[in-house]
Design a protein around this ligand. Structure first.
Ligand code: SF4
Length: 691
């Protein structure tokens, strides 16, 4: 009943990359309900996180005043978020900004910055500008490095654009679809409703994942392949397509390059030769190949099960090749779609929170690009690529990086090999953290700047579908907390930059001057229309859900086949660590848990750190379902509750990464994909014990 509320505001769900539009209902200055409205991605739908995960904004742990570490207070994971004043003292904004700036000013290349996909496009843009302009280098990155960096690397290399080629809603026009290395029912639940509807009307849904999942019930084929065998499996599927003459030769001829090399490479991947490695029999591989190539319109969706491997870029190369060879790109019901994990990870990447790229993936090594920015910003830019998230942690250990500005990211939970990452954070001379809670990373900070939550600020965000959408404030920030754009601007000024932005609209206008993707998308349009998909070809064009129907943004308009060889996981099980650990998310909790574990309903449903093992594994170790299990890898050990789950193979453990009390990333392997520089979160050798 709308009359029960003082007001309601249209905004965007702050969690996953689906970007559901919501109506935020407010009473007495508090958010009391959230409903789905008719956004282009969600058409009124919401999942449990969007509907019930809002009251973290009123949690008593919210940071409401700037904090400075007390003299002599130790850095580290020993601060109670309910009582930060044991280690920090409250100060005025002037004092905090001056202290933050004093530790950064004049330090040039010793400074690094982690921006955030939790923030708006305008905030991401200002953040990367601050690091680049303020410190004269490109050591700025964000969590895309930990989720889809390898997918973006492969897409840029082979398609010429890092974004999806079609919205996920296009599955309505498909007759076959692959979902691989993703668990959308839990991680992109509203997108999953479209996938289920597709299957219900007879679409052939092919799910491939080393772990079983709820989407299996709707699938024509469920291929539960051996972890790390993705490249072999995908090459074998492509081998069959070539071998049985199912490839779309006309499309290949018209729109691609390097086919001869790809075809020759695939000759070595007969399905029989990969049966043992993949755990999938040759006949099933053949059937799936025929189904996908034989479809009139096919889509491929993938998640971090594909991207978070040392061969993550190769996995995406295979998926791109598979779509291209079937001509499943650029038409209704076709496309390549890496499902983005955060509210604005597409937008933060587009806005330039990447060490190799200025906004819209303009290379920092391109002199003409740098000249354009120099003219706009009034300062020279560095030509060298900067360090990535995990490289920055290594550079702290070697004392090349001595100071950091972290906005909304939580590397003390999200980096691989947390012992290494936390040691790095404690080693910094100066750490400034800007966030809404005293995160685990903030526990290492020298200065903490309290920020506004998503429903407390205005700004644009770009979802997995390339839809730029307007987020609006429903309530005021608590205490003295401020919007992130404003804090970054004031810190930049305190560091000596002559910035005069007076609001997000102003920043958006500056972005539109240098970002071709924003052509025909204005702040006023977004205020009026709520969402515009890029590219938009005219001021009244709502944008293009499907791109590349008439060629690709590469030389001669051709996409490329890049053959991929099998690269095994970095670490193999052995006598000491005989099982395989894989990590991921659960429906109720989002990423490092700082928000959803402070949302009453979500925390009540899933309150305790847990992992999942096959019943036979639990029996073998004499662990009762619900009892404790100890997991140990070469990097660390955690003890937590064991769940029985037949979806997990008997030699595997699935460990969600939202729980600080049993942090998954104490165990994960920091080995990187050599192209996308993404860590291998999806495969580590682990020992399982009854504690
Ligand atoms: Fe929010 Fe994603 Fe759920 Fe939509 S599907 S309500 S964006 S978490």
């Amino acid at each position: 009943d709308g009359s029960a509320f003082d007001g309601e505001t249209k905004s965007i769900c702050p969690f996953c990359g689906v970007g559901c539009q919501v109506s935020v209902k407010v009473r007495d200055g508090r958010v009391v309900a959230v409903d789905g409205i008719d956004g282009p991605a969600n058409e009124g739908r919401l999942c449990v996180k969007g509907r019930f995960g809002f009251d973290y904004v009123h949690h008593p742990h919210r940071l409401t005043r700037p904090l400075i570490r007390r003299d002599g207070a130790p850095k580290g994971m020993n601060v109670d978020p309910a009582d930060p004043l044991t280690h920090f003292r409250e100060v005025s904004w002037d004092e905090a900004l001056e202290a933050a700036a004093a530790g950064l000013r004049g330090r040039g290349r010793e400074v690094a910055g982690f921006g955030s996909a939790k923030c708006t496009n305008e905030e991401a843009y200002l953040f990367q500008r601050f690091i680049r302009e303020g410190f004269g280098h490109n050591n700025v990155d964000h969590c895309t490095r930990l989720c889809h960096a390898s997918s973006v690397a492969a897409l840029l290399e082979n398609v010429g654009s890092g974004a999806v080629t079609a919205t996920f809603n296009e599955i309505e026009n498909a007759d076959v679809a692959i979902v691989i290395g993703a668990n959308p029912v839990e991680n992109h639940p509203v997108a999953a409703t479209y996938f289920k509807r597709f299957a219900k009307r007879g679409g052939r849904l092919i799910v491939m994942d080393p772990r079983g999942q709820a989407l299996k019930r709707h699938a024509t084929h469920m291929l539960q392949f051996r972890p790390g065998a993705d490249v072999a499996l995908l090459n074998a599927i492509m081998h069959v397509i070539v071998d049985e003459g199912l490839a779309d030769r006309q499309y290949i001829e018209a729109f691609t390059e390097n086919w001869a090399e790809q075809e020759a490479h695939l000759a070595g991947f007969a399905p029989e030769t990969v049966e043992d490695l993949t755990g999938i029999d040759a006949e099933t591989i053949r059937t799936v190949a025929r189904d996908f190539a034989g479809g009139t319109a096919g889509m491929i969706f993938w998640g971090m099960g594909v991207s978070q491997h040392v061969h993550g870029t190769d996995n995406s190369r295979c998926l791109i090749s598979l779509a291209l060879m079937c001509g499943h790109v650029g038409r209704p019901g076709t496309g390549l779609h890496p499902l983005r994990g955060q509210n604005n990870v597409q937008g933060a990447s587009d806005a330039g929170l990447i060490p190799m790229f200025l906004p819209d993936y303009a290379s920092v090594t391109d002199g003409a690009v740098r000249d354009r920015y120099a003219a706009l910003w009034g300062s020279e830019l560095a030509a060298e690529r900067g360090l990535t998230v995990t490289e920055i942690m290594d550079a702290i250990h070697t004392e090349d990086i001595r100071a950091m500005y972290v906005l909304g990211e939580n590397p003390a939970m999200s980096d691989p090999d947390l012992t290494h990452a936390r040691a790095a954070l404690s080693k910094l001379d100066h750490l400034v953290v800007q966030d809404i809670f005293l995160t685990e990373t903030a526990m290492y900070a020298d200065v903490i700047l309290p920020a506004a939550a998503f429903y407390e600020k205005r700004g644009t965000v770009t979802n997995t579908n390339r839809q730029v959408q307007m987020g609006r404030p429903a309530i005021a920030p608590p205490g003295e907390a401020r919007e992130d754009w404003r804090i970054t601007r004031d810190l930049a000024r305190a560091c000596g930059l002559d910035w005069d932005h007076d609001g997000p609209a102003d920043v958006f206008a500056e972005m539109a001057q240098v970002m071709p993707s924003l052509a025909n998308i204005t702040w006023e349009r977004l205020e009026r229309e709520g969402a515009v998909t890029y590219p938009s070809f005219a001021p009244d064009d709502p944008g293009q859900p499907i791109v590349f129907g008439d060629g690709f943004p590469r030389a001669e308009g051709r996409a490329r086949f890049t053959p991929a060889s099998v690269v095994p996981p970095d670490e193999q099980p052995d006598a000491e660590y005989p099982m395989i650990l894989t990590t991921g998310r659960q429906l109720e909790h989002w990423h490092t848990g700082s928000m959803t574990r402070r949302a009453r309903v979500l925390d009540a449903v899933e309150p305790e750190a847990n992992c999942s093992l096959h019943p036979a594994t639990l029996r073998k170790f004499r662990i009762a379902p619900g009892g404790d299990v100890r997991l140990t890898t070469r990097r660390g050990s955690v003890t937590l509750m064991a769940r029985e789950d037949r979806a997990v193979a008997p030699d595997m453990v699935f460990l969600p990464f939202a729980y600080v009390e049993a942090a998954a990333n104490l165990l994960t392997n920091p080995a990187l994909d050599s192209f996308g520089k993404i860590p291998e979160f999806k495969f580590a050798a682990v020992r399982v014990e009854n504690p």
